[in-house]
Design a protein. Structure first.
Lengths: 586, 477
């Protein structure tokens, strides 16, 4: 191959050394840890001893129940995304543009929905909305309902219930991305618009929102896809006519690979939506040259505006925190049925939970797994964002799709995929003396796979945040650094990363929190007690039938999980706040 | 920016500190691949039993092992999920060629499936242990004729009900399975998906056999129509009942007993339907090719011996009984009931003295062990919403018999179901087939199975819609 041919090839595909090396590493990692287990699941739907087949996919599409499930999932995604937009936009604007008393605390508390622990959170909801729950008790006390004919609120208006709960649970994703996006906007552009006489709505519509688009896209696509593939909330309301629940109901059964075909359909749907949304919203955004010379601290709000902010933030926080309140109250009560507040309060369950031999090790394990996963995510995401935003090369869209893929895969599918998939490879490494135990086989030691699973699963959040950040930042800053002789690595570390720090922290908050509360991988991969993460410890207490107050004790552990996460969120929220007000340093 | 790097540095340091302290970094997990452990022997058990049961049996067995062999044994219990997860995981392991689990202990009624798949190792107990075991329980075998599994404990299915709810709403008293099908209990019944729980599947099969296929299917369908929700685990039913979400549901005796003994239990009741006892044996079996065969055999021997059996049914602290917790399960050594009557846990009686199911046909149950859950799933799980709406409309129209018959008529006859079960659902049994031919046959059956399930799904769906429409029309007139 002559030099000219090579140069031509490089020019046309964009595969120069600086691109190919990180690209190859990332693709290899994603292929190994994502594509391989997924392929094992999908190949059963597409391949038989007679060769490739579409029989199962065709049957999946012929089923009216499945079609209904797909439609409902789409509807759920659209409505929830719209609802979270309407909810988060004013909150984000108030946070970034206004200064008012208590803003720091209220802004941190907005993130409260993210810290609802699994299992006990559902119990909290049942305590609130069940026939003997708090809502009915309150209505009975007011004389509005007859306690004997109590309404089971989960059964009335299930779809609406799912939408409301999902909105209250997912708006932080939208909110964090919007806040980071707003923080990156060059205020001089808005000043210029105002100077030219633009009204507030025109300013928002023509200047602010277009500049925010990358951040909005990041938030919207995550909310949409999560809502569409969410399992927990529909299950809580017994709303089974969505594709995620339909897959969950049948994925364990040995037999015809119909559920595998459903997984394939879901993936296809996600791919179509993602590319469609990108076409409409996600193309490039507007790069801005400068942040500002002064920290954009926002203007001081008057009394009326402060009151309005308090009402708005307060209402959202209260609604979003109801399940948490229920969990807290359950943890302090023995028997709570049919009354608005528990009749007796006791600290016995907290003492029991904290003295349980699983508690401290599981907390330590979770912190370790989640921090490591967040770090791994951040490193990969920066690389991926650089490739996607700053380079043009053949296969760019495939890389984008690959890193978003984890969002589409139902949690348990990936978790089960990891169980036996790498056993052989790990065994070879042990036999060759490279490893003392098989770190690729969860029953021997799940640490590596747990960290990787958490990281892979949350990679889309970090990537979208990093991409949004880079899209809002001018490349001239990086080019200037390279021009004065800094190496690409130094430029990355000293220029790029600090510029997108707000976005990385926003993404990091999401990755860390969701990893701490992760369910599927934690349940399936952590098979022995010494490796249990926190969620599995909660699950253990939750399902221990020999424990008299199993709900109360597991709720108590859930409360401590919430406390830990609240502290972590407070710390990172402050970091994010400072980043947002950062002064641009030359 | 300095602060960002400080934060990252702090996080990295925290990570390192967490990794360093605490046992997990260097110490073992289960299933070491040839890496030298300590001097202890090892036994690996897959069991969905609760930690209390594992602790009692693990400890007592380790003591017995030491006494018999002079060596210690490390009994490991890696988490395997519930009974359907367990079955799936064992199958996946064997398919991947992984042999690191010795014993399956518990798991409801999965033993026949494990045996049919050839995953169990035959092990004949010594004569003196076998002599103490009855050969049958409630008309079914207590252990496999080829000694692949043994029933280690026995439990019965009954109906748990919320007496307060029933009184408050003026509902009829509960005593029979068919009560779950009564229109008065619309939206108030707890039902479990038979595909997710082997013991529940068995209960449904007994209902079919007791009432006859047609009437039995009617009971099952209307029970499903009355269900508030179709759950995954049979232990959800007593909890839902206790919390007032449902008024009644089928569940296992010991889960009901715990709910009744717990806070709020005084509002609950439990009844065993007369003449229709559904008995479950909780199995134990050695997996084929178990890596620690000697320890596995000793464990099975221990569990089935009088010493192990006493742990199930005696009170905590009684001689030979469990040390920390009363397990309150029914054992299978009859002599214990007679000889240790005063030390038995509350509510524990000799299950072998209960009336025998004269009608019970084990062969029939085995023949439809896979197809019945699939059929019931299409009938009342996948199309639950439409079924409930149809039944609601029929009730509102006064439940004319013709409409009810139309709604509840089975889509396939009993013979047809058994035929499909043998020809489509079951794995090919011909041992002379080559591996390639076998796989082809499995694929052919899978395709047929997919097509059949699709036709059931669409069949039930269109029927429910049609019946609902007719009922509404009737009501208008």
């Amino acid at each position: 191959m002559s030099n000219a041919m090579v140069a031509n090839f490089v020019r046309r595909t964009g595969w120069n050394a600086r691109t190919v090396v990180p690209l190859a590493v990332i693709v290899a990692m994603m292929a190994f840890f994502l594509v391989v287990p997924l392929a094992n699941v999908l190949k059963l739907a597409l391949w038989t001893s007679d060769g490739p087949t579409l029989h199962y996919v065709a049957n999946a599409l012929r089923s009216s129940t499945n079609r209904e499930g797909i439609l409902n999932a789409l509807l759920l995604g659209i409505i929830t995304t719209a609802a979270t937009t309407v909810l988060s936009m004013p909150l984000a604007l108030a946070n970034v543009r206004l200064k008012f008393a208590g803003k720091g605390l209220l802004s941190a508390m907005l993130l409260v929905p993210m810290i609802l622990p699994p299992f006990v959170g559902a119990i909290g909801m049942r305590q609130l909305l069940g026939p003997q729950g708090v809502l009915n008790a309150a209505l009975a006390a007011l004389g509005l309902v007859d306690p004997a004919a109590a309404t089971d609120w989960f059964m009335e208006h299930r779809f609406l219930g799912v939408v409301v709960l999902q909105t209250l649970h997912l708006y932080p994703i939208m909110y964090l991305n919007l806040v980071a996006a707003l923080a990156n906007i060059d205020p001089s552009l808005e000043d210029a618009a105002r100077n030219l006489g633009a009204s507030r709505t025109t300013l928002f519509r023509r200047v602010t929102f277009p500049l925010m688009v990358p951040g909005y896209f990041a938030g919207a696509i995550l909310v949409f896809l999560w809502s569409m593939t969410d399992l927990g909330t529909p299950l809580m309301f017994e709303f089974r006519d969505v594709i995620a629940v339909q897959i969950f109901n049948s994925i364990y059964e040995a037999g015809a690979p119909d559920p595998n075909a459903l997984v394939l359909l879901l993936l296809a749907m996600v791919a179509v939506i993602y590319y469609g949304a990108k076409l409409i919203l996600g193309r490039g955004g507007h790069e801005m040259m400068a942040r500002s010379v002064q920290a954009p601290a926002g203007r001081r709000a008057g009394a009326a505006a402060t009151f309005a902010c308090w009402m708005l933030f307060g209402a959202v926080i209260l609604a979003a925190a109801m399940p948490h309140l229920m969990v807290i109250l359950t943890s302090f009560s023995d028997q709570w049925s049919g009354t608005v507040l528990p009749p007796i309060l006791t600290t016995a369950h907290h003492r029991e939970a904290l003295s349980h031999d699983l508690t401290l090790p599981s907390i330590r394990n979770s912190f370790f797994y989640s921090l490591a996963a967040t770090g791994l995510c951040a490193v990969v995401a920066i690389w991926v964002a650089q490739l996607l935003v700053r380079r043009r090369f053949l296969g760019r869209h495939l890389l984008d799709a690959m890193v978003m893929l984890p969002l589409a895969i139902p949690g348990l599918v990936l978790a089960f995929g990891y169980l036996n998939c790498y056993y052989g490879i790990g065994k070879h490494l042990v036999d060759w003396g490279l490893w003392s135990r098989n770190y690729l086989y969860p029953e021997a030691n799940p640490i590596l796979l747990l960290i990787v699973a958490y990281a892979v699963r949350r990679l889309p959040y970090m990537v979208r945040s990093a991409v949004a950040g880079l899209q809002q930042t001018s490349r001239t800053l990086e080019e200037a650094s390279l021009n004065v002789g800094a190496s690409p690595l130094r430029t990355l570390l000293r220029i790029t990363v600090p510029l997108v720090a707000a976005n990385l922290i926003a993404g990091g908050i999401l990755v860390f929190t969701f990893s701490m509360l992760e369910v599927s991988d934690s349940l399936v991969l952590a098979k022995t007690r010494e490796f249990y993460p926190l969620t599995k410890a909660i699950w253990q207490m939750f399902t221990d039938e020999f424990r008299t107050f199993q709900y109360a004790v597991s709720s108590a552990l859930g409360v401590w999980a919430m406390v830990l996460l609240a502290v972590s969120l407070l710390v990172s929220s402050r970091l994010l706040g400072r980043k947002m007000g950062a002064i641009f340093r030359a | 920016m300095v602060s960002v790097w400080k934060a990252l540095g702090l996080a990295a340091g925290l990570c390192a500190a967490l990794a360093g302290c605490g046992g997990h970094a260097g110490s073992g997990g289960s299933g070491d691949d040839g890496a030298a452990g300590g001097t202890a022997d090892v036994l690996v058990i897959y069991s969905p039993h609760s930690p209390a049961i594992r602790n009692e049996f693990g400890r007592a067995f380790a003591e017995r092992y030491l006494a018999d062999t002079g060596r210690t044994v490390d009994v490991r219990w890696p988490d395997a999920g519930g009974s359907s997860d367990l079955l799936r995981q064992v199958q996946d392991k064997y398919a991947a060629g992984i042999r690191d689990v010795d014993v399956v202990f518990g798991g409801g009624a999965i033993h026949s499936q494990l045996a049919a798949l050839g995953l169990l190792e035959p092990y004949r107990l010594p004569d003196d242990v076998l002599a103490e075991l009855p050969t049958t329980i409630a008309g079914e075998p207590l252990y496999d004729s080829e000694f692949r599994w043994y029933g280690a404990a026995v439990s019965s299915f009954g109906l748990i009900y919320n007496a307060n709810m029933i009184a408050d709403r003026g509902l009829p008293a509960v005593s029979q399975w068919s009560d779950m099908a009564r229109p008065e209990f619309f939206g108030l019944v707890g039902v479990v998906d038979a595909a997710q729980s082997g013991s529940v599947r068995k209960a449904y099969d007994i209902i079919l056999q007791a009432y006859g296929y047609e009437q039995g299917m009617r009971v099952l369908m209307l029970m499903g129509a009355n269900a508030r929700t179709i759950g995954r685990s049979s232990s959800d039913v007593p909890k839902d009942c206790g919390q007032g979400f449902i008024a009644l549901g089928a569940c296992i005796d010991f889960t009901a007993a715990r709910q009744l003994a717990g806070p709020g239990g005084e509002q609950l009741g439990f009844v065993l339907p007369e003449k229709l006892t559904v008995t479950n044996t909780d199995p134990i079996g050695i997996l084929r090719g178990a890596p620690h065969m000697d320890a596995a055999q000793r464990f099975v021997r221990f569990v089935m011996s009088r010493q192990g059996q006493m742990l199930w049914c005696l009170k905590q602290g009684a001689e030979g009984g469990p040390r920390d917790e009363t397990l309150a399960r029914k054992c299978v050594v009859r002599a214990i009931y007679a000889e240790r009557r005063t030390d038995l846990a509350a509510g524990i009686e000799d299950p072998f003295a209960a009336p025998v199911n004269a009608f019970y046909d084990q062969a029939k149950e085995n023949a439809r062990i896979e197809i019945l859950p699939a059929y019931l799933k299409a009938m009342m799980v996948t199309n639950k919403r439409l079924l409930t709406e149809a039944w609601d409309a029929v009730i509102a129209a006064g439940r004319p018999e013709s409409l009810v018959a139309e709604l509840t008529a089975p889509l396939v006859s009993e013979d047809e179901m058994l035929r499909l079960g043998a020809e489509v659902w079951a794995k090919p049994a011909d041992a002379s087939m080559s591996e390639a031919d076998r796989q082809k046959e499995i694929d052919r059956r899978n395709r047929l199975r997919s097509d059949t399930e699709l036709s059931w799904n669409e069949g039930f769906r269109s029927r429910y819609k049609a019946v609902a429409a007719k009922a509404r029309e009737l009501k208008k007139r």
